[in-house]
Design a protein around this ligand. Sequence first.
Ligand code: GRF
Length: 202
Amino acid sequence: MKKVNLAFFASHGGSNMQAVLDSINNGVLDAVPVAVIGNNSKSKAFERAANENIPYYHLSGKSHPDPEKLDLAMLDILKRHRTNLVVLAGYMKKIGRYTLKAYNGRILNIHPALLPKFGGQGMYGKRVHEAVLKAGDSQTGVTIHVVDEKYDHGPIIAQEKVPVMENDTVDSLAERVLQCEHKLYSETIAKIVSGEIVLATV
Ligand code: GRF
């Protein structure tokens, strides 16, 4: 059977991408990492891509001031590498309309809270955990969803709850949620690859 080609959009630490790559390297996930795209040339995600011999591409508003050209350049890379599934892992920008259309239903994002709570524009990184602690919620979690034209909005395909402890700080909560993200992203992609979760046409 043809293997599923994964492309990652990652501009930060890349720990979620690394967790998925580890699952591939350990033989738990049957997929091929074909490309990494990011808008931050100094990101750890690029370092990780280089270590794994995965081609990586720095594309941003600086390299492509015209958003439409940026979108088309991204789409070209995805197509060139015969990408089947796009995995957003710490990519904070919106995906352009050409890429969204070409990969409709085949772009995943991970969010460190139980969407629709604590999501939307500006809700990323520590801000999410700060908001959860401020709200006094006893649980938070991780959401994996299909990407659409709005931030943190498309259909949810997996969610897992994470308890909030009484003495949690933003950092301790972020760390517990991140551990859950690593596990859930790999597991969910494995379910998509095996056909247990059905997306558009992976
Ligand atoms: C994660 O918390 C993820 O949910 C969010 O961005 C963060 C990326 O972390 N979208 P990393 O770059 O994978 O370490």
